[in-house]
Design a protein around this ligand. Structure first.
Ligand code: C2O
Ligand code: CU
Ligand code: CU
Length: 478
């Protein structure tokens, strides 16, 4: 059966906020959707890949007239797409050519924190380069890279520091998914911005402690994009890369689509939808079949009633591929009555946001979990049903499983690995969490202004036989 629901609590949608900024259809000419190029390795062997990722300032032609001052990785805005083949060792130079400190956080990547994963304890000062090495050790997935210096993550992401990282593996390669990057395998980074005088962005002018929004949809750094479809099926790797906005996605004529992957990779079963809501930092890979669309027609992707991308359907070869009912096996470690249950409480809105009644402190480790041990995390959003908001809960250093929502089954697309989960007001979402690497990991609301505002904490995954100490940065030394 086809799911026609957004599932999340309608009264908590961001559309009901006092500060909600409705999206508006851009009045500028349609432009081809930008496809971020694939980042070329500096060097590659059978076992190792070397990359340089440079954070830089630049200018981007987004609207007719003046260019917009933007930031990006290996380009003026957003990033080049980085491929991480499973099993290979990556060697990456992280170069900061910006006028201020930044960090390079690999959202969703299973690497040790707090340095390799690039949270706030791994600063790269202007003009400097940090080097990281890691082995890619997780299933194929759509991950992302973004800046994470506390407390200016939100502003740096707003300026453009966000890119995609795709893990590839042999298991995914065997599935009948489109995977011709840029042709039928298309990233869609969904963001929103407000253009001020001379086509410039102004983070401070738009500031809202509940998350900065703008009325103009920006998709892969394109305003008012179209995409020329030349195959019957396309795969969209959708990322909610907005600071605050939820996207309620649907196609014209309620064209159904199939979700095949969530944040952490391919889901055990494909799930069919006509409507899909993503909260901040969530990813969904969907396959859209244009088989019933007459070439020459356009299928539009909307959020609520605002067009985001127009898919211009051209002639295509008939494609009779069907998806198997079962895609992959997901490990699901056993829990027993003795499995510890950890409670995490997200509370407040605006400047009042906290986790467990506390604001984030860089040098405070809030919790500990033995590496390899499975625990249940009960993550509660204490906001009121009436007037509260959905807080997207994100964890570094792990992909978790969603066990239940207020004791009931999770949503149909929450049976695979996730690193971010929207928690409704008054709801407790139970997660199954384990860490594979020792380290210190942040967990937080991914409304980025909430994160910067202190709705964040950190946990140490420890090995009792190998105690470690970590040099944790201090807000004041930044
Ligand atoms: Cu997407 Cu702590 O980050
Ligand atoms: Cu992250
Ligand atoms: Cu929040």
């Amino acid at each position: 059966s086809i799911n026609t629901d957004y599932f999340f609590d309608e009264p908590a949608f961001n559309t009901h906020d006092g500060g909600y900024v409705p999206l508006e259809e851009p009045q500028t000419p349609q432009q081809p959707l930008r496809i971020p190029p694939l980042l070329k390795p500096d060097k590659e062997t059978a076992t190792d890949t070397y990359y340089t990722v440079e954070a830089q300032a630049g200018e981007t032609q987004l609207l007719p007239g003046k260019k917009t001052k933007t930031w990006g990785y290996n380009g003026s805005l957003l990033g080049q797409t980085i491929v991480f083949p499973k099993g290979k060792t990556m060697h990456i130079d992280l170069k900061n050519s910006l006028p201020e400190l930044t960090t390079f956080h690999w959202h969703g990547l299973n690497v040790p924190g707090p340095y390799t994963d690039g949270g706030c304890h791994a600063p790269v000062y202007p003009g400097q380069t940090r080097h990281i090495d890691f082995k890619v050790d997780q299933p194929a997935a759509t991950l992302w890279l973004h800046a994470h210096p506390c407390p200016s993550t939100a502003e740096q992401v707003w300026r453009g520091l966000a890119g995609l990282a795709l893990v590839t593996d042999e298991q995914e390669a065997k599935l009948p998914f489109p995977r011709n990057y840029g042709v039928d395998d298309i990233p869609l980074v969904l963001q929103d911005r407000r253009f001020h005088e001379d086509n410039q962005w102004d983070y401070n002018a738009d500031y809202d402690p509940d998350g900065v929004q703008g009325p103009t949809p920006m998709i892969n750094g394109t305003i008012n994009p179209y995409f020329d479809v030349t195959t019957q099926r396309i795969r969209l790797r959708i990322l909610d890369g907005a600071n605050r906005r939820e996207w309620r996605l649907h196609f014209s004529d309620d064209l159904p689509f199939t979700q095949v992957a969530s944040d952490g990779g391919v889901m055990p079963e494909p799930v069919e939808f006509t409507h899909l809501m993503l909260t901040c930092a969530e990813r969904a890979e969907i396959i859209v079949d244009f088989g019933k669309v007459t070439p020459g027609h356009t299928v539009t992707l909307y959020s609520d009633d605002v067009p985001l991308v127009r898919f211009r359907v051209h002639d295509f070869a008939t494609d009779t591929t069907t998806l198997p009912e079962h895609l992959v096996d997901i490990p699901d470690p056993e829990v027993t009555p003795d499995t510890p249950i950890r409670k995490v409480v997200m509370s407040g809105m605006d400047e009042e946001v906290m986790i467990d009644g506390k604001k984030f402190e860089m040098q405070r480790i809030d919790a500990k979990q033995k590496v390899g041990n499975v625990e249940l995390w009960d993550v509660t959003n204490t906001n009121d049903m009436d007037g509260g908001m959905v807080h997207p809960f994100h964890m570094h250093g792990t992909q978790f499983l969603v066990v239940s929502r207020n004791g009931k089954a999770p949503y149909p697309n929450e049976h695979g690995f996730k690193d971010t989960v929207g928690v409704n007001p008054g709801e407790t979402v139970r997660l199954k969490v384990w860490f594979e690497h020792t380290g210190v990991y942040m967990y937080h609301c991914h409304i980025i202004e909430h994160e910067d505002g202190g709705m964040m904490a950190q946990i140490e995954a420890y090995d009792p036989d190998h105690p470690q100490t970590y040099k944790l940065m201090d807000m004041d030394t930044l």
